[in-house]
Design a protein around this ligand. Structure first.
Ligand SMILES: [Mn+2]
Length: 485
């Protein structure tokens, strides 16, 4: 074998030095994650709201079994994520109102216990951040492996309040001696926690404090939430262009989620709901198993999750491109209810006013159409609330009696008329929900989900457009010959 002369290597090194990617191994990860300043800011805001002599306690969500030895894709506890950025299971965050001093005399107000690095485990389930990674990436100085919690000296009896969510009762005890089961057990022992404990262990305060913070979105959060909503709208729009009666519910779900992933959203914020005709009447229909959507309305409640933040957008569209007169009448009514609700929105408004405006519009409309005789019967066909916060949870934390600037909420009236309802047959099987995501502003609102058409004529126009997905045909071998799908 010929040796390569040293000066060749020199030239290679020289050239490579202009191209850092040859040296620094590029991880090609997204670059728009929330930064450590965000998490530090959230913890500071939390501490500001905590009463004297208190500690806030955050456990990771448990992992959950999917099949045999396979787990569901892990979803972090949004509170853990919000206050630390740590996304792995088997972890614990403590935030103290009063600064504490460690054995080296260094003062601290938070401590994070993480999963220990473990090459063997990481080969199976992926890279762990570990103590060093958490210190560096999350900006928390006091980070330890979970196993250190056992001997961590904290006298929980000295706190007047332990601000903690209800502890999960169904966590499996794995082989690891510092998994969530052990962390919970050690916490119970150290703190004298009992399930029926009230007063000192305050989960009402937990919801109040976290809710007050999480319901108001910071600019950093808005950048991600806007992206989640925009990606969702692009998916809805692309599906409108591609839709035809021969498609299946699953196929539509696949197209929606394909566009999400194409645009960088890691997943969905909730199980995608794609219901054709009568299936649209099932509010949380997630089977999506109808093989042909046919000529009826298709209700799609599908939202992308982007870096933890989830959209929640519903569009209802005629699969054959044109609303029938009955479908149109119901659709217009839901649209008007939404518009009536929008008009009430602004900083300081009562959400009840928006709810009443929408319900009243639907009630009056249903009476006019002869579907109900008395406005009081409206709940029969409009059985759910008008909206909720969105954020790290699709039904995000925080009260909404009074709307405040920088809240992001959904407005989602709907009308659902199952077969055999006590009205003219021509209405049977019609289900319409229109759901938009709105940012509350000082004097009104911004419709974040405006990219997805919602006016009936705009929906029809969009369906008539060509989609890039129209040309996506699979030719698959079948018994007896090839068939195009
Ligand atoms: Mn919703």
């Amino acid at each position: 074998m010929r040796r390569i002369p040293a000066f060749y290597w020199l030239i290679v090194l020289l050239l490579a030095s202009f191209s850092p990617s040859l040296f620094a191994q590029e991880d090609l990860l997204p670059t728009d994650y929330l930064g450590k300043d965000f998490y530090a800011g959230r913890r500071a805001a939390l501490r500001a709201g905590m009463p004297d002599s208190s500690v806030a306690v955050f456990f990771a969500y448990p992992t959950r079994n999917f099949s045999n030895d396979v787990d569901y894709l892990y979803h972090p506890n949004p509170d853990m994520y919000y206050f630390s950025g740590y996304k792995e299971p088997h972890s614990l965050l403590l935030v103290f109102k009063e600064p504490r001093t460690d054995s080296a005399g260094i003062s601290y107000t938070e401590i994070l216990f993480v999963q220990k690095r473990n090459a063997q485990a990481e080969q199976w389930t992926g890279k762990r951040m570990g103590v060093e990674g958490a210190r560096e990436k999350l900006g928390i100085d006091h980070v330890y492996n979970g196993e250190a919690f056992k001997n961590y000296s904290v006298d929980f009896s000295a706190f007047k309040k332990i601000i903690v969510d209800k502890l999960p009762a169904d966590v499996a005890n794995g082989y690891d001696k510092a998994d969530l089961y052990d962390l919970l057990e050690q916490f119970r022992q150290k703190s004298g926690y009992a399930a029926n404990n009230t007063g000192r262990f305050d989960n009402r305060l937990y919801y109040e404090l976290t809710g007050k913070l999480r319901r108001i979105k910071t600019p950093d959060e808005m950048a991600l939430l806007r992206k989640a909503v925009e990606i969702s709208c692009q998916a809805h729009t692309e599906v409108m262009k591609a839709i035809h009666p021969g498609m299946s519910e699953l196929e539509i779900q696949g197209l929606q989620e394909y566009v999400h992933k194409k645009l960088g959203a890691e997943g969905v914020g909730y199980g995608s709901i794609v219901g054709s005709g009568e299936n649209g009447c099932v509010l949380h229909y997630m089977e999506n198993t109808k093989t042909r959507i046919g000529n009826s309305l298709l209700l799609m409640d599908v939202g992308a999750e982007y870096h933890g933040y989830t959209a929640d957008v519903t569009r209802t569209v005629p699969a054959d491109g044109k609303f029938s007169p009955e479908e149109k009448a119901i659709y217009e009514l839901v649209y008007q209810a939404q518009e009536a609700a929008f008009k009430t929105l602004r900083n300081g408004a009562r959400f009840a006013d928006a709810s009443n405006a929408a319900r009243e519009t639907i009630a009056e409309g249903l009476v006019k159409l002869g579907i109900i005789q008395d406005k009081k019967e409206v709940n029969k066909y409009y059985p759910h609330g008008l909206g909720h916060h969105i954020g790290l949870d699709v039904h995000d934390r925080g009260g909404m009696e009074t709307l405040l600037k920088d809240m992001v909420i959904t407005i989602e009236p709907g009308i659902y008329i199952p077969s055999n309802s006590n009205c003219d047959k021509k209405w049977w099987g019609i289900a319409v929900r229109i759901e938009d995501d709105l940012l509350i502003t000082e004097n009104g609102y911004e419709i974040l989900s405006r990219l997805a058409p919602r006016k009936a004529e705009d929906v029809e126009k969009m369906i008539s457009q060509k989609s890039a997905l129209d040309d996506f045909k699979l030719v698959l071998p079948e018994p007896g010959g090839k068939k195009a799908f």
